[in-house]
Design a protein around this ligand. Structure first.
Ligand code: ATP
Ligand code: OAA
Ligand code: MN
Length: 536
């Protein structure tokens, strides 16, 4: 095998049975991976020095094509209602076919780490067919130093071969796309998709399985820290604002997407960020915008204009355009990836029905209810002319990444909130002044002002009213924020329309929560939104 680059002399890729007649490139840095990506026609340079790649058919994750190996070790611990199973034999066949497929390919290898806590870290080797995927994952995970690299022994291995085609009859897959997760041997095989986000979420899935047994809560959340050392975490489904709102010039960024909460506080699983770039502007999100105008950042499915500059308003390939950059591309990012126990817990939702207030205070029981519900709303692509939003409930704000039953994560979170006395808030970054189609997206400025007041403690001291539908406490007036938006009903021209929409949403919450009723106590059940007797 022809090899280039730095690695532990005792750890070549044949440790996972891979051999190739091509060249294996270990732990290449950004410049070398740029050269490789461009030489191989995988990617292009932008006018400002970022690298831009297109993913073809798959412009987002493929949760329906993800499978977990059901063996004696995983059988009792995995939540099989939410995770599709494949047999150890099917996985073995798939792994053998991955080896055969790789046998004449050039391969890129990155030895990286998931988890900024030295006692809990997961050394992860990522072997990719594409050079740009190698740079993506190098940007996203934690990069070991040179000495560490020379002694690196992977615990987890990801093999990512987008040109592989799975065979449902042979591999137990659904389509030609497959994400196969062996939690016991800590191997993930990704085939038939070029969407880079699959790699980072594979590490997340593994940590979500491993950490609860060590008493650590894994979370789909961003995190930042105030000057006084007060940490905040922001849960939320895709597109609700974890990345946008955690990048705050007045606070230290810990991470934008995946964290653990253990006995020593919180820690990032990653060493980089993966931000949405659709309609990204220098005005609303200066720190994130700046990462797109420099060397080292990977842009995914972003369209370039005639001058080679990214056009973030162009959603021609997908609305899910992205940029991936190391944490230190954000000026005030943490160097350690760790912070104290969070003082504030924010649950983000993008309520496209325009019913929820922009901020509400949650009791611990309400926080548990909303954590298990995991509500947000999706809006259809505008080009299709669909104006009706669709409610999404994804438990723990991340069902596709949760191998275990939600009650395991829920109970861990509940204990931690009680132990550390964290304050909990629900923040709606979705629609105001009506539902999607009538109203508009909450101004980022307003969301930031409300969060600032919650995080500096001043919001707690203001006057609150109780929301008629959801039962949580909503501030009446906040300095620097138009009071009207605090009461969503007042922003709707059609009040009866608001009441109908609110009643519908409460009904959706109730139906969704039925599956958790036998897993929670009366206190959490009592935190459910109230069905109204009648509108008016
Ligand atoms: N009031 C608001 N608060 C936060 N984001 C907003 C707001 N209004 C519009 N946005 C836009 O919503 C998007 C939020 O995306 P962001 O990348 O922060 O999501 P995320 O929660 O990190 O998702 P993912 O887990 O998929 O990475 C951004 O494109 C941002 O510009
Ligand atoms: O993984 C992705 O595709 C993006 C992301 O963070 C999420 O969906 O939560
Ligand atoms: Mn995410």
């Amino acid at each position: 095998m022809s090899e280039v680059g730095t690695r532990n002399p005792a750890c070549a890729i044949d440790r996972i049975g891979l051999k190739t007649s091509g060249v294996v490139r270990y732990n290449f840095g950004a410049a070398a991976l740029y050269e490789e990506s461009i030489r191989r026609n995988e990617a292009r340079l932008t006018a400002h020095g970022a690298l831009v790649a297109e993913t073809g058919q798959h412009t987002g994750r493929s949760p329906k094509d993800k499978f977990v190996v059901r063996d004696a070790a995983t059988e009792p611990h995995v939540w099989w209602d939410n995770n599709k199973a494949i047999s150890p034999a099917q996985f073995e066949t798939l792994l053998a076919d991955f080896r055969a497929h790789a046998a004449d390919k050039d391969l890129y290898v990155q030895d990286l780490v998931g988890g900024a806590d030295a006692e809990l870290k997961l050394p992860t080797r990522v072997i990719t067919e594409f050079a740009w995927h190698s740079l993506f994952i190098r940007n996203l995970l934690i990069r070991p130093g040179k000495t560490e690299l020379e002694q690196f022994v992977p615990e987890m291995t990801i093999i990512d071969l987008p040109s592989f085609r799975a065979d449902p009859a042979r591999h137990g897959s659904r389509t030609e796309t497959v994400i196969a997760v062996d939690l016991t041997r800590k191997i993930v095989l990704i085939g038939g998709t070029s969407y880079a986000g699959e790699m980072k979420k594979s590490v997340f899935t593994m940590l979500n399985y491993l950490l609860p047994e060590k008493g650590v809560m894994p979370m789909h959340c961003s995190a930042n820290e105030g000057a006084g050392g007060d940490a905040a975490i922001f849960f939320g489904l895709s597109g609700t604002g974890k990345t946008t709102l955690s990048a705050d010039p007045s606070r230290t960024l810990i991470g934008d997407d995946e964290h653990g909460w253990g006995p020593h506080g919180i820690f990032n699983f990653e060493g980089g960020c993966y931000a949405k770039t659709i309609k990204l502007s220098a005005e609303a999100e200066p720190e994130i915008f700046a990462t797109t105008q420099r060397f080292g950042t990977v842009l995914e499915n972003v369209i370039l204009d005639a001058d080679g500059a990214p056009d973030f308003n162009d959603g021609r390939l997908t609305e899910n355009t992205r940029c991936a950059y190391p944490l230190d591309f954000i000026p005030n990012a943490s160097k350690t990836g760790r912070a104290s126990h969070p003082k504030n817990i924010i649950m983000l939702t993008a309520d496209a029905f325009g019913v929820m207030p922009p901020i509400a205070r949650l009791t611990p029981a309400q926080a548990m209810y909303h954590f298990l519900s995991g509500y947000t709303a999706k809006v259809a692509g505008t080009e299709k002319g669909v104006t009706e939003p669709e409610a999404t409930f994804s438990t723990c704000f991340g069902a596709p990444f949760m191998p275990r039953h939600p009650s395991e994560y829920g109970n861990l979170l509940r204990e931690l909130i009680a132990l550390h006395g964290a304050d909990c808030w629900l923040v709606n970054t979705g629609w105001t002044g009506g539902a999607y189609g009538t109203g508009k997206r909450m101004p980022i400025k307003a969301t930031r002002a409300l969060l600032a007041a919650a995080l500096d403690g001043s919001l707690k001291a203001t006057e609150f009213r109780t929301d008629a539908n959801f039962g949580f406490e909503v501030p009446v007036a906040v300095p620097g924020v138009d009071s009207a938006i605090l009461d969503p009903r007042s922003t709707w021209a059609d009040k009866a329309g608001y009441d109908r929409q609110a009643a519908r949403l409460v009904g959706m919450f109730a139906v969704n929560f039925e599956k958790f009723e036998s897993h929670v106590d009366a206190v959490v059940l009592g935190a459910a939104p109230r069905m109204q007797e009648a509108a008016e």
